[in-house]
Structures are given as C-alpha cells and as structure tokens.
Design a protein around this ligand. Structure first.
Ligand SMILES: [Fe+2]
Length: 170
C-alpha cells in the first residue's frame, strides 16, 4: 500500500523520489513478519526499539538533505515543509521514549508512519517537486540561451536567482 502511494506521488525529481522510495522500502522490510527487532548482542528487551531508532536516523538524514535542497532552490514554503518533517521526527521520538515496541505495537507504529507519509508525500513533497522541476526547466533555458551545456548535477538548479531572472527578461 505505501509503495503504491509513494509510486503514485512521484515528483519526477530523483532526489525526492529516491528518498521516499527508500523510506517506503525500509518500512516494508521492517514490518515483514520474520524481521525481528533484535539488538546486536542479544534479544530485544522491548525497550529503546531499534526499528524506531533506525527509522528515525533514516528520516532525519533524508529530511536534512531535502531541507538543504529547499534552501538551495529558494523554495518559498521551506519553513512550513520543514515543520512537517519535524512533526514526524517528534512522533518517532515520542514512540521511542515511551518504549513502544515496533513488533508488539506494529499496527500503531505503522499507522503513525503511513498517515504521515500519505499526507506529506502527496502534498508537501509534490509541491516541492513542482517547484524544483520549474526551476530546473528555467535553468536549462538560461543555459541554452548562454550556449552552455546543462549538467546533470543538482547544483545547476541552485543558480543565482538574480542572474536567471535577468537572463529570462532579456
Ligand atoms: Fe518532505
């Protein structure tokens, strides 16, 4: 279900889509019936859930990467978007601190994740993707006008805005 949702909500921006697909893969893998939550040196003691910790690490890394991208392309709703990222991290932290076990309370943990993903990926990430694609097309246009090759690097999208506006206006 989550995989279909993420696939349907693809933005066309590889950096966003790959992160969401990664999160979806991790969730799917974690909640497979035979994947148990175990500590490195023994059985899970039903405290400090390693699955929730792993999800938090993965999400935090993806979010900070996405927030860096938002700054680079001057996304106008960056603060609001980052607040929504923070909301999931807070929820995960609360689950972790309250000793929720992702095995015993599988349905509850899954529900928290799926509800957030369904809302965030289809609205916030979609909106960011639209903005990023528009910027990318604009940069490609500027490069074409200047006779420069368009690189595949994301940094191309972070071209100086004043320069870009000037080029388009000419
Ligand atoms: Fe996001």
């Amino acid at each position: 279900m989550v995989k279909a949702l993420v696939h349907k909500a693809r933005t066309g921006v590889r950096r966003i889509d790959a992160a969401n697909e990664g999160l979806c893969f991790l969730i799917g893998r974690m909640f497979e019936p035979l994947v148990e939550c175990r500590r490195r040196n023994g059985h899970c003691d039903r405290r400090a859930c390693t699955k929730i910790a792993a999800l938090t690490v993965f999400a935090r890394r993806n979010f900070s990467d996405q927030e860096e991208m938002m700054r680079a392309i001057a996304f106008p709703h960056a603060d609001e978007h980052a607040r929504d990222h923070r909301r999931l991290l807070d929820d995960l932290e609360e689950l972790y601190r309250s000793n929720t076990c992702a095995d015993i309370e599988r349905a509850r943990v899954r529900e928290v994740l799926l509800r957030w993903i369904a809302a965030h990926v289809t609205a916030e990430d979609r909106s960011l993707g639209d903005w990023a694609r528009t910027r990318r097309e604009l940069v490609a246009l500027v490069h074409e006008v200047e006779g420069r090759a368009v690189g595949a690097d994301w940094a191309d999208v972070a071209v100086d805005e004043g320069h870009m506006v000037g080029m388009v206006a000419e």
